[in-house]
Write a protein that binds this ligand. Structure first.
Ligand code: MGD
Ligand code: MGD
Ligand code: SF4
Ligand code: MO
Length: 837
């Protein structure tokens, strides 16, 4: 069993095997930073001011409670009085077990956006959730829980729970609400949605859902525009997708296969914190001899537990990869046979216009030295040249590899050193290890570089490194984001609806809604997508103010709730009206969600709420009648070679979980080396992007944070937003148990603080031309000078003023519009200045 525990300085998901950490000494002008052991007290400061325990009990009918209690509002704990404030509340679980209280156990699963999906055993005593443990019926290696999971005992009963439906009574955005009945709430919902349908059509309604949301019918029944993601977690994938023919965006083996890896490079990835419960496999692989190198501007948790930390200039990962590629080329460390047989490097490209040579049948061509003419790539043999220029019918063709080598002359190792601020000798050393000390994994995160407009170039360049060296598909290799663990899973079908019930397409791309004229009139958000899924919040608020109807549906009243017309409470994964609350198939398991406790307050489970909302529109009859009916249907209709038969009863007989077949064999999806692209090869040359000069990756600086950016003179600090083990995005910010360990702050290197006259814990203002916010600053040597860091998801309520999104960069670049997954929201490409508040 694993309990991921926290103390004031660190959280380690397993009893940690402390590794040697090599700190390089990069030079900042004449300053040396990172050359000494860094303080362990990086982000988890024990606040001297302990998290305040809120025990306010505000009546449900009290007017303006949101305003009174701050933007997010505290409704208090009607019906759960004293729970959060009672220090003896936890003790009775064990201590009073013999006092005759009614006690039972139920099983559920936890959140997914931390990449966890932990299976939990919950003890309920006299109707109250009072103890959470890992479910030991899960397979070994999956029996985990972290502090966030443990603290649900307190978080479920949080003072920030939305307790009843509420309607706005003041101006939109004033935060003035009154509690109303469900009947009134459903009338408001249906009247407003129908009014938008009548006036503007069904596509005027936009439903946004947090990844945590499980419901899937209402978007189709309403035939509205729908997203759960846009502009997020797609940057590197944009660059990798063409290599796989747009049918995949990574080649990640099950992380249990890492024990076969020799060289592991983690870049823009803080895996042990952002895939906390998977991290045991990282440590297992290190024990088995895997050498680990972390490329990160900041001294991350991952850096602190790996063999090497190489600090990099933010936003320059692409240049690092290209420098590695030059090094591999210059030293001929590439795998010629792999390149010839499994990539498009030998394919012929016109030197005149960059197009790829195709046969009349549409086959790409390689050069045939025996006939001195092109032939189909399908006839590749060991004579097929990887390099060279060839004249054919009046045109000169070069192989894609020759063109790449030529292009790399301006992207040398020395050039990369200048851009990334990593010494050339280090780039070369890492390139050699990656190419020769194999198999190697290039593990790329979805934070960091992914949140820049040049991330597609980095993705393309990373793919080229794998294509040059063959570090892909085979056991011990890997390319791309490994955060979900790469486990095999069955897929559960959704409830069958009428065929015409499909979401409508957007006339304006979603990421641009706040910034350009568009047709959306009604915004329904499941979870706080207002704050999380856009940048430049002041613009987002301006847009919200123009809408006909804003409906906010969530467990807790998070920052965006104050802009709603109607707020609806849903319950957590521990609460359900019926014995069966849902099912998931993830991480090698089928897991059942049993009722742990009744829905608290007036909240409804998401499934129940969905049914009520659709009934209010007169469309509920197409849905399942109960959640149990849905779950039974899903289990009966799993079409997966990994599962023969599973029922609610068989799951219940095994503490709510079942492992899929072959669960203990690490899953390696591309081990046949038949890649999913049309040619079955890694397609390294992107002729589709010729117009952007990106057929082969050509590094571009990010816009705002480029060294010569005009904005730098006024706003010199790069603003990084990372994820933290203490939160899942905006979830758990309100958890007072977690606040005892981590409180909202901006972290800054002492060098930058000193030059601004700041002291630890001063309140500061972070600002740029877009806006500002204020919160305390914490001194942290782990932060790269020239950058500041905040943990994304922080609530307005815990700021001194403003919100962390007030300053973030929303700029979309034209190339983004043709990319596989659309443009990136370049959150990290943001410059700010700070001053004492
Ligand atoms: N506990 C927890 N886990 C989570 C989440 C959560 O909210 N909480 N969220 C999940 C989600 S949705 C995502 S997308 C993933 C993201 O998971 P990660 O990709 O691990 O995300 P981050 O921690 O934001 O960023 C990774 C690292 O990139 C570094 N970095 C920043 N800028 C750069 C750069 O320009 N170059 C390089 N090389 N490094 C840089 C940061 O310092 C950080 O250490 O996490 C998932 N897991
Ligand atoms: N500035 C900046 N912004 C960012 C990022 C960044 O790096 N910088 N990162 C971005 C990234 S990578 C991501 S993935 C997004 C993540 O942002 P979200 O998609 O919003 O994150 P989630 O954790 O999936 O969802 C959290 C919301 O869902 C609610 N919730 C929890 N459980 C449930 C449930 O069972 N059902 C429903 N309906 N709601 C539930 C929570 O109360 C909360 O409102 O944020 C993005 N925003
Ligand atoms: S927050 Fe994530 S890692 Fe922690 S217990 Fe829940 S699912 Fe597991
Ligand atoms: Mo994400």
């Amino acid at each position: 069993m694993t309990i991921c525990y926290l103390d004031c300085h660190r959280i380690w998901p397993i009893p940690c095997n402390v590794r040697r950490t090599i700190l390089l000494s990069p030079h900042w002008g004449n300053k040396v930073w990172g050359s000494r052991a860094l303080s362990a007290n990086r982000s988890g400061q024990r606040g001297e001011e302990m998290g305040e325990v809120t025990s306010s009990r505000v009546g449900l009918t009290r007017r303006s409670f949101l305003k009174t209690a701050g933007a997010a509002g505290a409704l208090g704990l009607a019906g759960a009085a004293g729970m959060t404030s009672s220090s003896n509340w936890l003790a009775p679980v064990e201590a009073n077990a013999d006092e005759g209280a009614e006690e039972r156990v139920a099983y559920t699963y936890h959140q997914k956006h931390c990449r966890g999906n932990c299976m939990l055993k919950c003890t309920v005593r006299d109707g109250r959730l009072c103890k959470i443990e890992p479910n030991m019926a899960a397979a070994k290696g999956f029996q985990s829980v972290c502090l966030k999971g443990l603290s649900e005992i307190q978080h479920v009963y949080s003072a920030d729970r939305i307790q009843s439906p509420m309607k706005r009574v003041g101006e939109r955005g004033s935060g003035e609400f009154v509690a109303i009945s469900w009947d009134e709430a459903l009338d408001i919902f249906s009247e407003n949605v129908k009014s938008c349908w009548d006036k503007y059509g069904k596509s005027s309604v936009y439903l946004a859902a947090a990844t945590e949301s499980e419901i899937s019918n209402m978007r189709n029944i309403m035939q509205c525009g729908y997203t759960s993601y846009h502009g997020i977690d797609i940057g590197i994938s944009n660059g990798l997708a063409p290599m796989f023919g747009f049918k995949a965006a990574s080649a990640v083996n099950d992380i249990r296969d890492w024990k076969n890896c020799k060289t592991f490079i983690a870049i823009s990835l803080n895996f042990i914190e952002t895939s906390l419960t998977h991290s045991r496999h990282y440590f297992n692989a290190m024990e088995a001899g895997m050498h680990t190198i972390v490329i990160d501007p900041h001294y991350s948790s991952m850096a602190s537990k790996s063999d090497e930390w190489i600090p990099i200039e933010p936003g320059t990962d692409g240049a690092f990869y290209l420098g590695m590629a030059s090094s591999i080329i210059d030293n001929e460390w590439y795998d010629k046979a792999f390149m010839r047989d499994h990539t498009t490097f030998p394919f012929l490209v016109s030197t005149v216009d960059g197009t790829m040579l195709e046969s009349p049948e549409g086959d790409f061509m390689v050069w045939d030295p025996t006939t001195s003419a092109p032939k189909s790539y399908m006839e590749t043999n060991d004579q097929t040249p990887l390099e060279g220029e060839f004249d054919y019918e009046g045109v000169t063709y070069a192989t894609a590899f020759t063109l790449f080598k030529e292009g790399q002359k301006t992207q040398s190792v020395e050039w990369a050193a200048d851009v990334t601020k990593i010494p050339a000798s280090e780039i070369e050393r890492i390139a050699k290890m990656y190419a020769l000390d194999t198999p190697s994994v290039l593990a790329i995160g979805q934070g960091g570089c992914d949140k820049y407009n040049n991330s597609d170039i980095a993705g393309h360049a990373a793919g080229i490194l794998a294509a040059l060296t063959g570090n892909i598909g085979k056991s011990g290799t890997g390319l791309g984001y490994p955060g979900n663990g790469g486990y095999a899973s069955a897929t559960l079908p959704s409830w069958p609806l009428k065929p015409e019930m499909k979401t409508s397409s957007f006339k304006t791309p979603v990421y641009e809604l706040p910034y350009v004229e568009n047709d959306i009139r009604c915004y329904i958000t499941l979870g706080d997508q207002i704050m999380q899924h856009f940048a430049d919040l002041n613009k987002v608020y301006e847009w919200l103010m123009t809408l006909d109807f804003v409906c906010y549906i969530d467990i807790h009243a998070i920052s965006g709730s104050q802009y709603a017309d109607l707020i609806l409470p849903i319950s957590s994964r521990f609460e359900s009206e019926t014995e069966i609350g849902g099912v998931q198939a993830v991480r090698d398991h089928i897991m059942l969600r049993e009722k742990v406790i009744e829905p608290l307050f007036e909240s409804k489970s998401e499934y129940e709420l969905e049914r009520m909302l659709m009934d209010s529109l007169g469309l509920g009859d197409v849905m399942h009648k109960t959640t149990e009916e849905l779950v039974s249907y899903q289990l009966a209709n799993i079409k997966s070679p990994l599962v023969d038969q599973v029922t609610i009863e068989s799951l219940q007989a095994n503490q709510g979980v079942m492992t899929v077949k072959n669960a203990d064999t690490p899953y390696c999806p591309m081990k046949s080396l038949k890649f999913p692209s049309p040619t079955g090869r890694l397609e390294v040359y992107y002729d589709k992007y010729l117009k952007f000069n990106q057929a082969l990756p050509v590094f571009e600086y990010p816009e705002e944070t480029a060294p010569d950016s005009d904005v730098r003179a006024k706003y010199p600090l790069q603003y990084a937003q990372s994820r933290t083990r203490f939160h899942i995005h905006d979830q758990f910010c309100d958890s007072t148990w977690i606040q005892e360990l981590y409180k909202t702050c901006v972290e800054m290197n002492p060098v930058d603080m000193k030059s601004r006259g700041l002291s630890d814990k001063d309140d500061i203002v972070v600002y740029n031309d877009r806006g500002e916010f204020s919160c305390p600053v914490r001194s942290n040597e782990s932060i790269r000078p020239g950058s500041i860091r905040i943990m994304e998801g922080e609530w307005t309520k815990f700021m001194k003023s403003g919100n962390y999104q007030n300053v973030t960069n929303p700029t979309i670049i034209p190339r983004g519009r043709v990319m596989a997954y659309g443009p990136v929201i370049p959150y990290n490409d943001t410059l700010v200045e700070v001053k004492k508040a």
